[in-house]
Design a protein around this ligand. Structure first.
Ligand code: C5J
Length: 226
């Protein structure tokens, strides 16, 4: 058993073993990050999420170089919407609903251009892509089985949005016994205050859901290993 890599984090140092860890990129899809997608139909300023892309590219490159498992998720639904509960479909007053035709194809539908991951973070061969109908990455997906099969115990969590799919997934993972480190500049919200409080909520009370650190601390830990 090799020594764990150590990341300076809140509320205290996070230790992880490369062979038992995965980088999780949550929903870095055109539908959330670019104009004309689901995020914008809800009235959000999608440019708020674009600041996540440069640091996350660096993290992805370093993680790939280190040989760690990389898993991407995509939120979306089957073309016939059979996996989209009416409560989700009908909620609110968006300018377009899930399944409606938009400039990037049908909103949040699997196989459409807008549903896919942005070019800058596109998965490469060997990386897993988990399609999920809900906010949490464990709900109605194979993620739990995949992590068990790979003997993954720690998750480095990135993606969008901080208070919705990132939070839901971190809470689900925490209840399943995973240690989650959330990289603060690699998760994004449409709301500055949700970003701040969302991160605080994870690390509060001695790390009630997990740990939080800037990506520079994670990169330092990866560099220090050789
Ligand atoms: C949302 C997500 N915000 N990926 N989805 O609806 O956070």
């Amino acid at each position: 058993m090799s020594d764990p890599l150590l990341v300076e984090a809140e509320p205290y140092v996070y230790g992880f073993d490369l062979r038992h860890s995965a980088l999780l990129l949550i929903d870095m899809q055109r539908d959330f990050v670019e104009p004309g997608g689901f995020g914008e139909t809800l009235g959000n300023d999608v440019s708020m999420l674009q600041q996540v892309v440069p640091p996350l590219r660096e993290v992805l490159a370093a993680t790939r170089k280190a040989g760690m498992t990389v898993i991407h998720t995509r939120e979306g639904h089957l073309p016939d919407l059979s996996d989209c509960p009416p409560a989700k479909l009908n909620r609110g007053a968006p300018s377009m609903r899930i399944g409606d035709p938009g400039p990037k194809g049908r909103i949040l539908i699997r196989g459409e251009y807008g549903h896919d991951i942005i070019d800058e973070l596109a998965p490469v061969q060997g990386e897993l892509v988990i399609d999920k109908p809900g906010k949490g990455a464990f709900y109605a997906t194979d993620l739990g089985h995949v992590l068990q099969a790979k003997d993954i115990r720690s998750l480095i969590v990135t993606g969008v949005t901080t208070e919705v799919c990132v939070h839901t997934t971190v809470r689900e993972a925490n209840d399943r016994g995973y240690d989650c480190l959330v990289l603060s500049d690699c998760v994004g919200s449409y709301f500055a205050e949700f970003q701040r409080y969302g991160l605080q909520m994870i690390a509060a009370q001695g790390g009630i859901f997990g740990w939080v650190a800037p990506s520079s601390n994670y990169l330092k830990a990866l560099e220090a290993r050789s």
